[in-house]
Design a protein around this ligand. Structure first.
Ligand code: HSE
Length: 404
């Protein structure tokens, strides 16, 4: 028999409203008792007495046994989630940045207070990847997890390559549709994808990595020459986060634009859709596909977590607890395409095994191997000089090679 959940909801934006729309179509023994909002003057579609601007009305209400946190403010989200967990309430959250920045603390709080924090909606919207990594791939040897984890940047790339729409107009559309973050740099700079990657890596490999240590580079400096180069090879450019096991002791994580061939699942993932490719030793390659942003798709994942709480479901973090002995490293060599103007940048990056190079007046590029640590060192210089980099593992047939 499922237990009754009395919910205090934080946030009534795109996802909060999407969740509310879905909940009312079901009879799940769930009641939303109060909704905490920031702006009391905004017109709401629900009775005014359901709303409050005082978070304590929810956090101090003993009848509320479940908190659903769907707000934009990272620090406020952490305060709300940690306070709720400490007071014995179960929590569902979709705040990927907050979760990625505070993951270890939040895992500890769950164990300490014997409560559950679920966050399927924080990674790839409607795609059920966290519970699958946690439960289904419990005994599998996972070689890598990668994909398209950010709907807004993928929407911009699709609008550009399929419809010829310019970057700013496509970004504006992604914002109007409610896909983009308040600060869209998070989407187009690969930060949002990185937070999601860090969360996924904890469930795939049991490693909890500080997002600040993970390299991310986005699509802001993508130029027509890069698209032309990709088109000539019949490739597409996608923004791809990767977590990969390098050997028995090391995993690497990074977010980079990637040239994707038509033999890869990600090739046909367009607009706000997301995709996750899992490469496993025994199952081989598997692919998850679905909408990665938007109120109803993300709301559906949040509702799935809420429904799971009726049966006291909690992540066990088995892989972390069994201490698989994996350590995070940036000491790895990647095949990188660099489009540049500044010759000194090529020198500074220390390319090895250059296998393609081209110069003309308005287009210079080089492809070869670079240690990820060099990219980290030179990240600012790459951005400042409006150069563009992409991960190009198909160029040599080699994926990742640990420099160890
Ligand atoms: N800004 C995010 C995206 C929303 O575009 O994917 C969903 O997490």
């Amino acid at each position: 028999m499922s237990k009754k959940l009395t919910i205090g909801l934080f946030g009534f934006g795109v996802v909060g409203q999407g969740l509310h729309d879905i909940i009312k179509t079901k009879n799940l023994n769930i009641e939303i008792k109060k909704i905490a909002i920031k702006n009391p003057d905004k017109a709401r579609s629900l009775p005014a007495d359901l709303f409050t601007t005082d978070r304590n009305e929810i956090l101090n209400d003993p009848e509320i046994n479940t908190v659903v946190e769907l707000i934009n403010d990272t620090e406020a989200a952490f305060q709300i989630v940690s306070t709720a967990l400490k007071s014995g309430k179960s929590v569902v959250s979709a705040s990927k940045k907050m979760l990625a920045l505070h993951l270890q603390e939040l895992i500890d709080l769950q164990h300490e207070h014997n409560v559950s924090l679920l966050y399927e909606g924080s990674v790839c919207g409607s795609i059920p990847i966290i519970r699958n990594l946690e439960e289904y791939y419990d005994n599998e040897l996972l070689h890598s997890v990668s994909g398209i984890f950010n709907g807004s940047s993928n929407y911009i790339l699709s609008k550009g390559s399929i419809e010829g729409l310019d970057y700013d107009t496509a970004l504006k559309q992604a914002q109007d549709l409610g896909f983009a973050e308040t600060d869209p740099t998070s989407d187009v700079g690969g930060y949002d994808a990185k937070y999601k990657l860090v969360i996924a890596a904890a469930h795939a490999y049991g490693v909890v990595v500080n997002p600040d240590e993970v390299f991310n580079f986005g699509i802001q400096t993508l130029a027509p020459q890069d698209l032309q180069y990709a088109r000539e090879k019949r490739w597409k450019i996608k923004l791809v986060p990767v977590v990969k096991e390098l050997d028995d002791e090391h995993v690497t994580l990074f977010v980079l634009p990637k040239f994707v061939t038509d033999t890869e699942f990600l090739y046909n993932v367009e607009y706000e859709y997301n995709g996750v490719t899992v490469q496993a030793a025994f199952a081989d390659q598997q692919f998850f596909f679905g909408k990665g942003a938007g109120g109803h798709p993300t709301g559906s994942a949040v509702l799935s977590d809420i429904a799971a709480l009726r049966y006291d479901y909690a992540y066990e973090y088995k892989k972390a607890r069994n201490a698989q002995g994996l350590n995070f490293t940036n000491d790895v060599e990647l095949n990188i395409y660099l489009r540049y103007d500044d010759e000194a940048l090529v020198e500074a990056l220390g390319f090895k095994h250059i296998h393609e190079r081209f110069y003309s007046d308005n287009f210079k590029f080089v492809c070869g191997k670079i240690n990820l640590q060099k990219l980290i060192e030179q990240k600012q210089r790459i951005s400042d000089s409006k150069a563009f980099i992409a991960f190009a593992d198909q160029l040599t047939g080699v994926s990742l090679a640990s420099a160890n």
